[in-house]
Write a protein that binds this ligand. Sequence first.
Ligand SMILES: NC(=O)c1ccc[n+]([C@@H]2O[C@H](COP(=O)([O-])OP(=O)(O)OC[C@H]3O[C@@H](n4cnc5c(N)ncnc54)[C@H](O)[C@@H]3O)[C@@H](O)[C@H]2O)c1
Length: 406
Amino acid sequence: MLGRKIDVLNRGQIPIYEPGLAELVARNVAEGRLHFTTDLAAAAKQSRLVFLGVGTPPGKDGKADLSALWGVVDQLAPHLRDDAIVICKSTVPVGTNAKTAARLKELTGRDIDVASNPEFLKEGVAIDDFMKPDRVVVGARRQEVIDVLQELYQPYLRTDKPFLAMSPESAEMTKYAANSLLSTKISFINEIANLCEHAGADINDIRRGIGHDSRIGFAFLFPGAGYGGSCFPKDVRALAALAREYGVEPRMLNAVHTVNENQKTVLIQKIERHFAGKLSDKAIAIWGLAFKPGTDDIREAPALVLIDRLLAAKATVRVFDPEAMQNVRAIYGDRLVYCQRRDDALRGVDALAICTEWKQFVHPDFEEMRHVMRQPIIFDGRNLYNPQRMRVAGFTYYSIGRPDVK
Ligand SMILES: NC(=O)c1ccc[n+]([C@@H]2O[C@H](COP(=O)([O-])OP(=O)(O)OC[C@H]3O[C@@H](n4cnc5c(N)ncnc54)[C@H](O)[C@@H]3O)[C@@H](O)[C@H]2O)c1
């Protein structure tokens, strides 16, 4: 598996979709600064700094599964140089740095420096985030290690952005706190949006009404069909699991997760309500499968919950996503109709559901859409359109936290 990925990279291809990454990798390979290998011993011998970026997916009870991390630590240990610094970029529970150092001591008999350097980039704009970070956080126990990493990151921190040195435990906790707070903002605005639907208020007005308060701001306060991806869901659960291990009840984190699980079902609830629960003779189009625009990542994507529920109700499901189709096909095989173009997905459908706010969904030709759809009904999980305009365009239009248009 790993060997196959490395072969792909060595052929100059990138196994994931991330804007700009292929060009960046190709340039650095061509100029001899970057190469890929499965020869851990040779790579470790040449390297003072060894970064670990393996996956830490949710395991049992939401705890982070660290098996890939321990696998790589064990493989690496015999090959590490005396002056090596092992730097953990994976998001890991508090205490993992200390356990890594202890494991390396056990395996090598040496005190190998281990630093914690959480990654804050966003998929879809990963390169920009990496090159222009808001801050770099490094947790280490020795000043020399901090100095080496500060020198490494200095070219990316030439403006006023800070390099924040702290203990490894604080660095590990910082990453979980950041993702948990961002998830909290999303679940909060989703809960208010759901309330707006009952109260006859419009979440877009509320969003603006609170966002202009400089203490609140606008970021991560867009309502939608729930957050997904490889980080927020797993990190909220992992921090909650960590709290429980300490005997602390993670009330906020539990609520953030529960609200989000429910939010992933709001589109199917609206669809079922509209069609009075009878979907077996309905065809539904889905635009957007990736958990957010700019990526082909479908891990924990809200679209998957919708697909599962539609298939369980025996609906025909026609899907389109600019990048994530292959990943979805790998899960659902021939149970879905895969459409190569956005508008092909609409042919003969009783409704369109929108799960990801890709730019190409923002200004469709509504006139044309009404012609190809069997019924002009849209369930918009990302609030892309103006409800009044949808009324004029002749659509029945459901969105999140705003008045329905029928
Ligand atoms: N994806 C993000 O946006 C993001 C952002 C910040 C932090 N993180 C954190 O970074 C870590 C990785 O996330 P990801 O989304 O890239 O995960 P991923 O599962 O997409 O990638 C992990 C990679 O590690 C490789 N790997 C596994 N075992 C290995 C081994 N023994 N030796 C070498 N390689 C091995 C896998 O082949 C895979 O390519 C996670 O801890 C995640 O929480 C991710």
